[in-house]
Design a binder for this molecule. Structure first.
Ligand SMILES: Cc1cc2nc3c(=O)[nH]c(=O)nc-3n(C[C@H](O)[C@H](O)[C@H](O)COP(=O)(O)OP(=O)(O)OC[C@H]3O[C@@H](n4cnc5c(N)ncnc54)[C@H](O)[C@@H]3O)c2cc1C
Length: 290
């Protein structure tokens, strides 16, 4: 491990944040982003390598009253198989089922997907639809301290978030979806599996008498950060999904995003994909209402 002088594998959150508070620490969860980035030279290890995989407070999916809490160390496989999520927030296992392959899913954690802050991070899209917030822990003034922040405020740019170097993302939390909640996710990659999203789109709403309420739209890989599609949401809110509404919302979605051209797709192609995927999702949501 080049650059690593100390290695620690704490067995409690308190111990983990205390070690991190010493400064110059790299956190290691599943390693599926970190190790390729180290090997390619995109990142370097800090002096202390902190393996957080043995911290029990970072594991598990729990429902307390109306709130669902997913521990940061939950892997994509855990999310795919979790019975509480399959019942109450199906969109998360659905997205997990579009993620990489079994081998990567077994290591990749939800906390790592969020903290890696890729504009194409797949698990972030359903969490934006669910209005999730992140829970961050640190050792401050001699005590274990926690703060929460809306996920939509967490991202600053590609690979950059508002987490402090002394903080660990402990969990992601959201209110359990209400009755009538429908949601869908589509991603497009050059291959059907094992591909990073060229574009991803998520749509959710609560359907009452065929009308969309609390509409949420989220886009991946079309901006420096994964983001909510506020204009598309406004074009859908309070409407029923007649053809004219779908056409207008699809047009709004295409116009709302400003992607870049890169090796994987041109900006024009990404905009077209946003339109196509949004239209397919709205058709899916409409069928869920029948
Ligand atoms: C072959 C392959 C296929 C992939 N396919 C997909 C895909 O389909 N969709 C997709 O979105 N991604 C994909 N990825 C990317 C990667 O698997 C995910 O982003 C994964 O969720 C990262 O989680 P991890 O636990 O491996 O993170 P790590 O690599 O351990 O960490 C990533 C970053 O987050 C930080 N970190 C991790 N956990 C915490 C925490 N709790 N608190 C604070 N900081 C933390 C680390 O310090 C590091 O900077 C793929 C990667 C590979 C190698």
């Amino acid at each position: 491990m080049p650059g690593v002088e100390f290695y620690a594998a704490p067995t409690s959150l308190e111990e983990a944040v205390q070690r991190l508070a010493e400064g110059n620490g790299s956190l290691y969860a599943g390693g599926t982003d970190l190790l390729p980035q180290i090997r390619s030279g995109a990142k370097v290890f800090e002096r202390l390598l902190l393996n957080i995989r043995r911290v029990p407070e970072l594991t598990g999916v729990l429902r307390t009253n109306g709130t669902i809490r997913i521990g940061a160390l939950s892997t994509v496989t855990d999310i795919l198989k979790d019975s509480l999520l399959q019942e109450s927030a199906t969109i998360l296992p659905e997205v997990a089922d579009c993620f990489a392959c079994g081998q990567v899913r077994n290591s990749a954690t939800i906390g790592g997907n969020i903290c890696n802050a890729s504009p194409a991070g797949d698990m972030i899209i359903p969490l934006l639809l669910l209005d999730a917030e992140v829970e961050l822990a640190s050792w401050t003034d001699g005590a274990l301290t926690k703060r929460c922040m809306p996920l939509s405020d967490f991202f600053v740019g590609p690979g950059k978030t508002r987490i402090l170097p002394t903080e660990i993302l402990t969990a992601v939390k959201f209110a359990a979806p209400a009755a009538g909640f429908v949601a869908g996710f589509r991603k497009f990659g050059a291959r059907p599996a094992m591909d990073i999203s060229v574009v991803s789109v998520g749509v959710s709403a609560t359907l009452a008498e065929n009308t969309l309420r609390n509409t949420r739209v989220a886009f991946g890989a079309v901006a420096p950060v994964p983001l909510r599609g506020r204009e598309t949401e406004a074009a859908l809110e309070g409407k029923s999904l007649q053809k004219t509404v779908v056409t207008e919302a699809t047009h709004t979605a295409r116009e709302e995003v400003s992607p870049i051209s890169d090796v994987r797709a041109s900006a024009w192609y990404r905009k077209e994909l946003v339109g196509v995927l949004t239209e397919r999702l709205l058709t899916h949501v409409n069928q869920s209402a029948d």
